[in-house]
Design a protein around this ligand. Structure first.
Ligand code: BES
Ligand code: MN
Ligand code: ZN
Length: 493
């Protein structure tokens, strides 16, 4: 939470204050001189000895030994003023918020002017909100001896103006949406079944008064989602299809569909994964998590746009009832599919979900999925792979992704790839054309169901989880694309 306050530094009572330092003006910055005076010029010494630094990304903690009413100062180095960007700012602030939170300080002050470049845009305020909610987030664990330390929950922003609070709160909402996604991805498969995921979505819907419908197995059979049912066939857990609607316009027209892959655990099915490849597959509902997280942010921010979230959820299991390679199945739109690989299950459940988006009359579609290991090979962990049939819609999503620093990179969607998924001696499509260009053919398969509706596909298999702690969050689920999706919608109003 952010509170705005206009009090002079020497009257502020607080356990800590964050002060930014830019390299350009060094010791001539007003707040530097002010603090240096209060500390009897000791700050000069600290800078000289390298204990406090201006260089970008450095965080230095200094005790005030009773010379100030504030107990400690967290200096955050921001580098050269004209080299700072919104994305660099978000990370640096994330880093210092995280340090404060680790020190078990629940309330900190921030000298706003000291961290902003000259004539900053309002985007900086939004990034400040994101930095706070993202960086202070802690993942749930099940250690029996975990200590519930204090966490940073409040920032008192020192400023004489108050126009920026709205944008800060937008940033908080975006960050909290991403945290919802992180929480969901973190839940193990035994604690998050398709039914649990649907219940979670219902709670989000209730919180923001969104319309929600959960299709159970019977209803899914009735409408003919044969692809989702095939993936679910080997499971003792029933599937769920989630339809969540946010109406931001006078009438319900031209909704934008956010579609998520919600595989709560992916064993691979009969095309079973090797023992090393199966660990971590609780994250295979990362797309669904991003969509639910985005709806949480959208529900808070109430943009003037119509949005429908569609999530196809099941686990992918093995049993005497499970679907097999060579099976031929029928998707919601009547297209037939030759199953060559039961581990290519994501594109199957997305097929039904994307077809359903078209049945609903979606004006645009974006799907998010942990779809292929191949995207990791192609792009690594820093960038999300994308595919699209519409450059204009793609550029909207791309612009949003850049604004929130969740980079995406477009892969070619040429006819040759479409031909690869259309090649089957027995059905309209095959779900696994082989080793070549896997992130593209997987996306192209989903594209067959988007048909002519403007569509963007985001393969987050490489970006949904990170194996190390970073400035804006812990090791583990990143909540990737929740902010991009929400921002895409916000940008349209
Ligand atoms: N859920 C996996 C993709 C995945 C792999 C996500 C690694 C995260 C990390 C997906 O369902 C899958 O198994 N894809 C196969 C497709 C192949 C069988 C055509 C893959 O990428 O190996
Ligand atoms: Mn799979
Ligand atoms: Zn999968």
């Amino acid at each position: 939470m952010f509170k705005l306050k206009d009090v002079p530094l020497n009257e502020l009572e607080s356990k800590g204050i964050i002060i930014g330092l830019f390299e350009d003006q060094k010791q001539n910055q007003a707040h530097y001189l002010h603090v240096n005076d209060m500390l009897d010029q000791h700050l000069d010494e600290l800078v000289k000895s390298g204990d406090v630094s201006y260089s970008y990304g450095s965080v230095s903690k200094v005790h005030t030994f009773g010379k100030m009413t504030v107990k400690r100062i967290y200096f955050v180095g921001l580098g050269k003023k004209d080299e700072l960007s919104v994305n660099k700012f978000r990370k640096a602030l994330g880093k210092v918020f995280k340090q404060v939170s680790k020190d078990s300080i629940d309330s900190v002050a921030l000298q706003l002017e000291s961290v902003l470049p000259e004539n900053n845009t309002d985007d900086y305020y939004e990034a400040l909100g994101e930095a706070f909610s993202l960086a202070t987030y802690k993942l749930e664990t099940y250690h029996t001896n975990r200590d519930e330390k204090h966490q940073l929950t409040e920032v008192t922003v020192l400023t004489s103006e108050d126009g920026m609070i709205d944008r800060m709160n937008v940033g908080l909402a975006l960050g909290s949406g991403a945290n919802v996604a992180r929480h969901l991805v973190n839940l193990p498969g035994n604690l998050l079944t398709a039914t649990d995921l649907a219940t979670f979505a219902e709670n989000i819907a209730e919180k923001h008064e969104l319309n929600i419908e959960i299709f159970d197995k019977e209803k899914i059979e009735q409408i003919g989602m044969g692809a989702l049912l095939a993936v679910n066939q080997g499971s003792d857990e029933p599937p769920r299809f989630i339809v969540m609607k946010y109406q931001g316009k006078e009438t319900w027209e031209n909704p934008i569909a956010l579609v998520g892959k919600g595989i709560t655990f992916d064993t691979g099915g009969y095309s079973i994964k090797p023992k090393d490849g199966i660990v971590g597959m609780k994250m295979d509902m990362g797309g669904a998590a991003a969509v639910i997280g985005a709806m949480d942010a959208i529900g808070q921010l109430k943009p003037k746009e119509n949005v429908v979230a569609l999530i196809a959820s099941t686990d992918n299991m093995i049993s005497g009832k499970a679907f097999k390679p060579d099976d031929v199945i029928v998707a919601l739109n009547g297209k037939t599919i030759e199953v060559r690989n039961t581990d290519a299950e994501g594109r199957l459940v997305l097929a039904d979900a994307v077809a359903y988006a078209n049945q609903l009359g979606a004006s645009k579609i974006v799907d998010v999925a942990t779809l292929t290991g191949g995207v990791l090979i192609a792009l690594g962990t820093a960038v999300t792979g994308a595919l699209s049939n519409d450059e204009e819609w793609f550029s909207e999503v791309k612009e949003a992704s850049e604004a929130v620093d969740e980079p995406i990179w477009q892969l070619p969607y040429f006819d040759d790839y479409k031909e690869m998924v259309r090649k089957s001696h027995i059905a309209d499509l095959n779900n696994s054309p082989g080793r070549l260009a896997q992130p593209i053919t997987a996306g192209a398969f989903v594209g067959e169901f988007a048909e002519d509706t403007p569509w963007v596909h985001l393969d987050i298999a490489g970006t949904a989880v990170t194996d190390s702690e970073h400035d804006l969050g812990p090791k583990g689920p990143t909540g990737i694309m929740a902010r991009t999706l929400a921002k895409t919608i916000l940008n349209r109003q």
